[in-house]
Design a protein around this ligand. Structure first.
Ligand code: SF4
Length: 267
């Protein structure tokens, strides 16, 4: 028991160092509305790295107390094959009404070996045209957010709960979620990420089957099929409300810190 505690302390110590080292990686994405000098001052005074470590210390026992996942762990090559087969299934899908108006399905994109899967609610207009998730302005912002926490976009996996665009970008309807969620579940079974990060209220509420507010959902970790789930704002919401960028920055730093702690715990 003591040795477990020592291991955890070691992980948290390493993590604090890691957070500090990486903090310089990129704050610019949320500073574009303010003077950089003032922002750097904010950064210098930011006590958030310690809070990040405390967050991880609070969350690791919750994850450790979850029943072990029964997921089959696939090799990277087998994941590529399985995802390609699933994509072929999704492409012609007509299981819900959304197939009628779509230009194309949007399966998702990224590394089959991703530590983190980002899940949005559904494709928008640009995504429907290009067949790729999170393109356009909100996609560019998501890429900046990923860069800020030290990820290349192709290191993570990005997808949506629905694979087809709802008309006028309305919220997904329950029948559409029921029809499409099995695809997401199979994606996540194949990918077997360390953490899922929901982008936006609708994605988080839908994935977790709750009507809790995004504010509450952002406070802690939840679980989907045994996988830890965190939630933050959708990049499109950040474009409309830039003042939420600071909270998002905090969320994604906590998420990245948790991923690193989970990786260290396995090594
Ligand atoms: S949203 Fe999902 S279930 Fe509905 S048609 Fe598209 S792929 Fe099929």
């Amino acid at each position: 028991m003591n040795s477990d505690r020592d291991d955890r302390q070691q992980i948290l110590g390493d993590l604090l160092t890691w957070v500090r080292q990486n903090e310089s990686a990129g704050m610019e994405w949320f500073l574009d509305e303010g003077p950089a000098a003032a922002a750097r001052e904010t950064k210098a005074a930011d006590p958030f790295d310690e809070l990040c470590t405390l967050f991880v210390a609070r969350i690791l026992p919750l994850i450790e107390n979850q029943p072990a996942r029964q997921a089959q762990v696939l090799s990277a090559a087998d994941k590529v094959t399985a995802l390609a087969a699933l994509r072929e299934e999704v492409m012609p899908c007509t299981a819900c009404q959304l197939h009628q108006d779509r230009n194309t399905t949007v399966f998702g994109a990224g590394s089959p070996d991703a530590d983190v899967v980002f899940v949005g609610e559904a494709p928008g207009r640009d995504e429907d045209l290009q067949g790729e998730p999170f393109v356009g302005r909100s996609g560019q912002l998501l890429t900046k957010i990923l860069t800020a926490i030290g990820y290349d976009r192709d290191e993570v996996f990005i997808c949506n709960i629905l694979k087809c665009r709802p008309p006028n970008n309305r919220d997904p309807q329950p029948a559409e979620v029921a029809a499409c969620e099995p695809f997401l579940k199979r994606q996540l079974d194949i990918l077997n990420p360390r953490v899922i990060c929901c982008l936006g209220r609708v994605a988080a509420q839908t994935l977790l089957g709750t009507d809790a507010s995004l504010k509450r959902l952002r406070e802690t970790v939840h679980f989907y099929e045994g996988i830890p789930v965190m939630a933050t704002y959708h990049p499109a919401a950040l474009l409309r409300n830039p003042s939420w960028k600071r909270e998002t920055w905090n969320d994604v730093r906590k998420m990245r810190a948790l991923v690193e702690a989970l990786k260290q715990g396995e090594s």
